[in-house]
Design a binder for this molecule. Structure first.
Ligand code: GDP
Length: 146
C-alpha cells in the first residue's frame, strides 16, 4: 500500500484549518498512520526544499515555513500519492480548481497551505525526514468493515 507525507504549512495552522483538511483526507478513505505538530528549523527547510535553493523565492519559502508550527501527516492508501495531490490542487492557488484544498483555502503561491510528496521515491525520503519509524503506526481501519 502506498504511503505519503503531507505538511500542513504555517498558514493552515494559523487559519485553524487543520481539522477541515484532515477531514478531506479521512473522507476520501485514506488512513492516518502518523501525525504531529512541530516547528521546522531553517536546516530542515533547507533539506526539504534543497531543489529550490537557487530560486529567487527561496528566502520567502524559508521565512514562511519557519513562521509558525506546521503539522506533519503520514497517510496510507491505494494510489494515495496521486490522490492527495489531486485533493490539494495546483501549486499556484490561482490555478487550483474549486473544491481543492489550495483552491478553497490558499491565498497565493507564497502561502499555499499544504505540501504533499510527488512520487513514491520522494515519499519514502520525506516520510523518513519527518517521522521516526516508531512514529508511524500500523492498525486496522474500521471504516469499510461492518
Ligand atoms: P508543490 O509540490 O505543489 O508544493 O510544488 P513545488 O515542489 O514545485 O514547490 C514547492 C513550494 O515552493 C511550493 O509549494 C511553493 O510554496 C513554492 N514555490 C514553487 N514555485 C514557486 C514560484 O514560482 N514562486 C513562489 N513564490 N513560490 C513557489
Amino acid at each position: 500500500m502506498q504511503k505519503t507525507l503531507i505538511l500542513l504549512k504555517p498558514d493552515a495552522v494559523q487559519k485553524s484549518l487543520i481539522g477541515q483538511i484532515l477531514t478531506r483526507f479521512e473522507q476520501k478513505g485514506y488512513k492516518v498512520i502518523g501525525l504531529k505538530m512541530m516547528q521546522m528549523s531553517e536546516e530542515l527547510v533547507n533539506e526539504h526544499y534543497d531543489f529550490l535553493m537557487d530560486k529567487p523565492f527561496f528566502p520567502n519559502i524559508k521565512s514562511y515555513m519557519t513562521s509558525s508550527p506546521i503539522v506533519a501527516l503520514a497517510l496510507e492508501g491505494t494510489e494515495v500519492i496521486k490522490g492527495v495531490r489531486m485533493l490539494c490542487g495546483a501549486t499556484n492557488p490561482a490555478e487550483a480548481g474549486p473544491g481543492t484544498i489550495r483552491g478553497d483555502f490558499a491565498k497565493n503561491i507564497d502561502n499555499n497551505i499544504i505540501h504533499s510528496s510527488d512520487s513514491e521515491e520522494t515519499a519514502e525520503k520525506e516520510l523518513a525526514r519527518f517521522f521516526k519509524s516508531e512514529e508511524l503506526f500500523d492498525y486496522s481501519c474500521l471504516l469499510y468493515t461492518s
